[in-house]
Design a protein around this ligand. Structure first.
Ligand code: 2PG
Ligand code: MG
Length: 428
């Protein structure tokens, strides 16, 4: 359609939730509408992720993105002029060809993902639809089960706890709004317990409390006590999910638990995780092993795959090809989908389709470095992905996304469905 052809693409430098530079792109169509996208940024990244383009040098820790912004304003703007934004695959194909590198390092995954997202918003606006509706049509009506961080550790909190995320899920809630209300109660109860015991040190990168505890298990104990104090029942109403992010402290079959002052081999590490699974209401574990420990992933999945969801993040890096391997070789039972890990929305969708084809579950996820951009919420609802991970229940870059989901739930009215237990029950 002529009116949805791209007329101009603009890039600019904006700032993310950690105060580092990032790329914003705007795509303007012939009809005059404009879409916008902001690239997020990870801290605990998989080694096979698409690479952001950063300027290097001394200024701003080498993290400036002026080169990536220039790529948007120059090569990308020239290449996309005249492409129909309604055809997301055509837009993304053009971006991928233009970059030409295997890991998007030439133009930068940050330049590509911001542009890909901006094109999607522009197309939706040109059709007079919210993005979730443009992506999913009338079928799109399921609000995902949110995974919400209560405590932050790992690379998001200077390694104070080895485990990166202690998260809450609310499979017993009947609506998305209720899940948020329950999470708020547990989040604040956790803060109160930490303050009372003098162990509160602030909040980590994604807004979860940053506690000073002696070991990882104390953190599990704390979340359990907070659930009780909030007057909720585990595991039928609420339960615990972990993102171990084990690549941050494991390599070559050795897991160095700094918080506990010991090193465990893969077997002993799996035993320790198993003892937590046996004693705490844990329903999902992400990256329990390091990305180089495929044998460990297989052993873990074989042992626990029918009892809980096992999620690949650093392991799968939103790559359709790796997701297919994960299905064929039983590495895990679900994939985390992060658009900037792969570079474009079409490739993210391909990873989702690979998961569906391989019988794996899926979770759309934010990064630890975020912004006011709420695209991932629209992807989850539009693509019918039944789980969403955004970080904690504080800081506006997180709340912007939870609040956007509430607006979508309201817009759907009586047609809205809540994913509830479904994404987890399939594997019990
Ligand atoms: C993760 C994410 C979000 P990062 O590991 O899942 O929690 O962290 O963006 O730093 O990779
Ligand atoms: Mg992760």
């Amino acid at each position: 359609m002529r009116r949805t052809r791209i007329d101009a693409v603009r890039g600019r430098r904006v700032w993310d939730s950690r105060g580092w530079p990032t790329v914003e792109a705007e795509v303007e169509l012939v009809c005059g509408v404009v879409g916008r996208g902001i690239a997020p940024a990870g801290a605990s990244t998989g080694s096979l992720e698409a690479l952001d383009r950063r300027d290097g040098g001394d200024r701003l820790g080498g993290l400036d993105v002026l080169g990536a912004v220039e790529a948007v304003n120059g090569a990308i703007a020239r290449a996309l002029r005249g492409v129909d934004a309604s055809d997301q695959e055509a837009v993304d194909r053009r971006l991928i060809e233009l970059d030409g590198s295997p890991n998007k390092s030439r133009l930068g995954a940050n330049a590509l993902v911001a542009t890909s997202i901006a094109a999607a918003w522009a197309a939706a606006a040109a059709h007079g639809l919210p993005l979730w509706r443009w992506l999913g049509g009338a079928e799109a009506r399921t609000l995902p089960l949110p995974e919400i961080q209560i405590l932050g550790g790992g690379r998001h909190a200077a390694g104070r706890l080895d485990i990166q995320d202690f998260l809450l899920v609310c499979p017993g809630a009947s609506t998305f709004a209720q899940a948020l209300e329950w999470t708020a109660a547990v989040y604040h109860a956790t803060g109160a317990l930490l303050a009372e015991s003098g162990r509160l040190r602030g909040v980590a990168d994604e807004g979860g409390f940053w506690p000073e505890l002696d070991d990882n298990e104390q953190a599990l104990e704390l979340v359990l006590r907070a659930i009780e104090r909030a007057g909720l029942r585990a595991p039928d109403q609420v339960a615990i999910a972990l993102d171990v992010a084990a690549s941050s402290f494991g390599r070559g079959g050795h897991y160095r638990l700094a918080a506990e002052g010991r090193v465990l081999d893969t077997g002993a590490w799996i035993e320790l995780l198993g003892s937590w699974i046996a004693r705490y209401p844990i329903v999902s574990i992400e990256d329990p092993l390091a990305e180089d420990d495929l044998a460990g992933f297989r052993a873990f999945s074989e042992r626990f795959g029918d009892r809980l969801q096992i999620v690949g993040d650093d392991l799968l890096v939103t790559s359709a090809e790796r997701v297919r391997r994960a299905g064929a070789e039983s590495w895990c039972t679900a994939v985390l989908l992060k658009p900037n890990q792969v570079g474009t929305l079409s490739e993210t969708k391909a990873a989702l389709e690979a998961a569906r084809g391989s019988g794996l579950g899926a979770i759309v996820s934010a990064r630890s470095g975020e912004s006011e951009d709420v695209t991932i919420v629209h992807l989850a609802v539009g693509w019918g992905v039944p789980q969403l991970k955004v970080g904690s229940f504080a800081r506006s870059e997180r709340m912007a996304k939870w609040n956007e989901a509430l607006r979508i739930e309201e817009a759907l009215g009586s047609r809205a469905r809540f994913a509830g237990t479904a994404p987890l029950a399939a594997r019990r």
